[in-house]
Design a protein around this ligand. Structure first.
Ligand SMILES: NC(=O)c1ccc[n+]([C@@H]2O[C@H](COP(=O)([O-])OP(=O)(O)OC[C@H]3O[C@@H](n4cnc5c(N)ncnc54)[C@H](OP(=O)(O)O)[C@@H]3O)[C@@H](O)[C@H]2O)c1
Length: 306
């Protein structure tokens, strides 16, 4: 598995992260097989959140991986907090600290490699976040920190107060949900593609060595479905299938290779619980699409160029 640096954290991580949001429904046996396969493939970076399956995804994972000191050394664990069921969002010191204690208990580990703040809290007080991060780091509970779904100003505000560099920003990004890329090709134009919805987060993260972790790499809309094989995207699927045939790989591999081809050195987060599809995602780290192929997929998805 190809590796990349995770922001300025000093961590070297697999180029593909394994998302565990859909793990809660797996049987013990299926979860064990899935986690085992991931580790055999070198996909040892696992992405969690306290809210996935109401906490059950973290529990299913820790049982499936047979957590022990020797297993813990071989894996990199990331989880998220800040979405507070029944309230909305909560980045208060008290809530962050309590959330991490819950995460560590469910994952059956003493520390997280990375903690992300899940979704922006409108009432964030960055001084409090800074205190929480310091407490977690000095107590050995979390080694590195990042955010998710945040724009450049939000990150800068946080970074003004926290000592630790923001290592990662997890954002929705797929071939069909690519506004952070499309706006950059339509600067100063009057069409809809020119609308800057995220404060140029892609360029900001590249400038500041923050690793973008694309989530839902195969979904269109907001969890509306998978674009691969969807009759809503005939031209896109025809182009992806053509390249899959050319490279002798699956359509899943080509779609993942499209994200990996971007020079921002992103770390896509897979969501599949299917062993073959996970292998197909990992395979994408061996494919280097040409500039022509990358743009052909981009245009086939319906994006335009001036
Ligand atoms: N930070 C955030 O706000 C946020 C939000 C959402 C998700 N996430 C993270 O991102 C990860 C991925 O999200 P996601 O699960 O929505 O991503 P995804 O990989 O785009 O979607 C996976 C889902 O699509 C299905 N699928 C069907 N055909 C597929 C194909 N050809 N290739 C791949 N998947 C196919 C999978 O089913 P099978 O299992 O049968 O393959 C699975 O149910 C999550 O696990 C989580 O860690 C983060």
């Amino acid at each position: 598995m190809r590796t990349i640096p995770l922001g300025k954290s000093g961590l070297i991580v697999p180029a593909i992260a394994v998302g565990c949001m859909r793990m809660g429904g797996l049987s013990k046996q299926d979860a064990e097989r899935f986690v085992q396969t991931a580790m055999e493939e070198g996909a040892v970076f696992f992405d969690h959140a306290d809210i996935y399956g109401g906490g059950s995804c973290e529990e299913v994972f820790s049982e499936a991986v047979h957590m022990s000191a020797s297993v813990r050394e071989k894996i990199i664990l990331q989880s998220k907090c800040g979405i507070r069921p029944g309230v909305a969002f909560d980045f208060s010191k008290e809530y962050i600290l309590a959330s991490v204690d819950g995460i560590l208990k469910r994952l059956n580990t003493e520390y997280l490699d990375v903690l992300l703040l899940h979704r922006p809290d409108a009432l964030v007080e960055p001084e409090e976040v800074a205190e929480a991060f310091d407490t977690l780091q000095s107590g050995g509970k979390v080694r590195h920190f990042g955010v998710s779904n945040q724009n450049p100003m939000q990150i800068q505000l946080l970074q003004k107060y926290i000592k630790q560099p923001v290592a990662a920003n997890q954002l929705q990004l797929s071939i069909t949900n690519a506004t952070m890329i499309t706006q950059g090709t339509h600067v100063n134009m009057l069409d809809a593609a020119a609308v800057n919805r995220d404060g140029s987060v892609l360029d900001f993260c590249r400038l500041n060595d923050i690793t973008i972790q694309p989530w839902s790499p195969f979904q269109f809309g907001f969890f509306e479905g998978v674009f691969l094989g969807s009759e809503k995207f005939p031209a896109l699927n025809a182009k992806i299938d053509e390249l899959a045939w050319k490279y002798g790989v699956s359509n899943t591999t080509i779609a993942m290779a499209w994200l990996l081809r971007h020079p921002a050195n992103m770390q896509p987060v897979t969501g599949t619980m299917n062993i073959q599809r996970l292998k197909d995602c990992v395979k994408a780290t061996e494919i280097n699409l040409s500039r022509e192929e990358w743009y052909a997929i981009y245009l086939a998805a319906g994006h335009t160029l001036p």
